[in-house]
Design a protein around this ligand. Structure first.
Ligand SMILES: Nc1ncnc2c1ncn2[C@@H]1O[C@H](COP(=O)(O)OP(=O)(O)OP(=O)(O)O)[C@@H](O)[C@H]1O
Ligand SMILES: [Mg+2]
Length: 213
């Protein structure tokens, strides 16, 4: 199973989502390979910290840039899950990644600047689906407000915006703004390895929702 975590906007929570779901799947005794396909190397730095601190469960990390589709397909023969972290822009890695993926998981915040990039994402997906018709695309609301009124308004904004793009499925699970997501990153950890139950549950809920569909 190949999941590319990608969007055309920087800072939407792609690396946070990719590293957290990689660990969550590994904690379910799956063999997981995280591919860092972003020159910024955020996932690789996180992984290096995880290795140095000898944190279990272990996952594998591979760095690959440019056309990544062959590498993904080769690795997919050896691992239960391939999670691909790409850069926050329209990149060759994102296009070649989703051309062989089962799932595109696209984190977005409920800001107009983030939502504006969905049109471009939709066009990319339409083109890639000519080559990979089975690709399923999910939009994940990230860095969401925990304030109940803002939360309801943000959700509505998302639903209204996505109404015009029926092939993009908005996940029920949201990743809320929680400091723990920032705090675990420099330790090479996932929030599921913290004692923040709310963050832990939303990551577990996320993988359940994505895999069940
Ligand atoms: N749910 C969250 N709550 C609080 N902070 C978050 C959350 N998700 C991500 N962040 C923080 O937001 C910043 C951007 O997140 P991240 O690096 O995961 O985004 P990205 O989409 O991978 O960025 P880039 O496009 O640069 O690769 C980081 O500082 C991260 O710790
Ligand atoms: Mg990133």
């Amino acid at each position: 199973m190949i999941i590319t975590v990608g969007s055309n906007k920087g800072g939407t929570g792609k690396t946070t989502t990719a590293t957290n779901i990689a660990v969550a799947l590994a904690s379910k005794e799956k063999d997981v390979c995280l591919i860092d396909a972003d020159f910024q190397r955020s996932s690789s730095k996180w992984y290096q910290d995880r290795q140095e601190s000898q944190i279990f469960p272990t996952i594998t990390l591979v760095e690959k840039y440019d056309n990544i589709s062959n590498t993904i397909e080769e690795l997919n023969k050896k691992f239960d899950y391939i999670i691909v972290d790409v850069a926050g822009r329209n990149s060759r890695e994102m296009i070649t990644g989703i051309s062989v993926s089962d799932i595109l998981l696209a984190p977005h915040q409920a800001s107009q600047l983030d939502l504006d990039t969905i049109q471009e994402l939709h066009e990319q997906i339409t083109r890639v689906k000519d080559l990979n018709p089975n690709l399923v695309s999910y939009i994940l609301h990230t860095i969401a407000s925990t304030n109940p009124t803002v939360k309801t308004n943000e959700r509505k904004e998302f639903e209204d915006y996505l109404h015009d793009f029926p092939s993009l499925i908005l996940l029920d699970t949201c990743l809320y703004y929680r400091k723990i997501y920032r705090d675990v990153m420099p330790c090479g950890k996932s929030v599921i390895e913290s004692n923040n139950i709310l963050a832990k549950n939303e990551i577990l809920e996320l993988i359940d929702e994505v895999l069940k569909k």
